[in-house]
Design a protein around this ligand. Structure first.
Ligand SMILES: *Cc1c(COP(=O)(O)O)cnc(C)c1O
Length: 303
């Protein structure tokens, strides 16, 4: 079986890059960015980590098809389509909503990687999600890769860093990535998850379900959603363009721009101890900028 995603990886080289900003300097803070966005153009960022153990499990159980769940703009759908193709597995995407006349670029890409799309109503989507399991050789991966196997994969993200960081900050969607990071963190490290969703206060409980029982060194911040999931007011886009101009760092509208903004704002508001070392996980997602590429000054420049 050809499984170059799940077999022992060829050593990935992942860059850690220093980010400078006057707000950080004023508080004697250092900020490094773990550039997971550079791993792969399609299964970028955290998605590869989150999918790894599900795929391994599917191959072990001799399934021939992977099924997963998502919306019209889901990075997880595209990543799963591509990863399944690499593992020579068929893939099915259960998509929430009626089939649109024109598929979004995300869904077009998933189809191009061989995924069969099934459009279902919001109600059917919830039912299918609840009854997912493993049947007829179809292996179901939960929406967004949420689950213990997803968190187990995400726990490997920190193996590319050292333990010197006082704070580790990352974006939160389903909370799977942050759960993995908390599980693999040292107790002296404080993990801060920045929610990309508005008022998703069930996240704390959903994350706790994935944690080793003794882990308490984290907080989820709900203040930087910029209006809600995938909302991108002009203020956020200017911040992204400025970050590219000043630091040559590309960010995405859904997750990482909000996370970086949050770090600088929290630094400004004295939420980090003076002199601390901070690590931000750049979890990828840049292909999600496709829909607003004409309003960004860096789209397409980076790769
Ligand atoms: C999917 C995604 C996330 C969210 O990860 P969760 O594990 O669902 O919390 C964060 N950042 C980017 C860029 C993503 O694509």
């Amino acid at each position: 079986m050809n499984n170059h995603i799940t077999s022992k990886p060829t050593p990935l080289s992942i860059r850690i890059e220093a980010f400078s900003h006057e707000i950080l300097q004023a508080k004697h803070l250092s900020l490094d960015i773990l550039r997971l966005d550079e791993i792969h153009p399609i299964i970028s960022g955290n998605k590869l980590f989150k999918l790894k153990y599900y795929l391994e499990d599917a191959l072990q159980k001799k399934c021939h098809t992977i099924q997963t769940f998502g919306g019209f703009y889901s990075n997880h759908i595209v990543a799963t389509a591509y990863a399944a193709k690499l593992c020579q597995l068929k893939s099915i995407g259960i998509i929430r909503g009626a089939k649109p006349d024109h598929l979004t670029p995300t869904l077009q890409e998933a189809e191009a990687h061989g995924m069969t799309l099934r459009f279902v109503s919001a109600i059917d989507y919830q039912t299918l999600k609840r009854n997912q399991g493993f049947f007829d050789n179809v292996y179901s991966i939960p929406e967004g890769g949420y689950g213990l196997l997803g968190a187990k994969g995400a726990a490997e993200i920190l193996s590319f860093t050292n333990k010197s960081y006082d704070y580790i900050v990352c974006a939160v969607g389903t909370g799977t990535m942050v759960a993995g990071i908390i599980n693999s963190s040292a107790d002296h490290q404080q993990i801060i998850g920045i929610s990309a969703l508005k008022g998703a206060y069930s996240l704390e409980a959903e994350i706790s379900t994935l944690l080793k029982s003794d882990k308490k060194n984290f907080q989820i911040n709900h203040d930087y959603h910029f209006g809600g999931f995938a909302k991108h007011p002009r203020e956020l886009l200017s911040f992204m363009n400025k970050t590219w101009k000043d630091n040559m760092l590309p960010t995405d509208i859904v997750y990482t721009a909000k996370t970086l903004y949050a770090i600088l704002d929290l630094a400004h508001k004295k939420n980090f101890k003076n002199g601390s070392q901070i690590l931000m996980i750049h979890s990828g997602g840049l292909q999600g900028n496709h829909s607003i590429q004409n309003r960004l000054n860096f789209y397409g420049v980076t790769r």
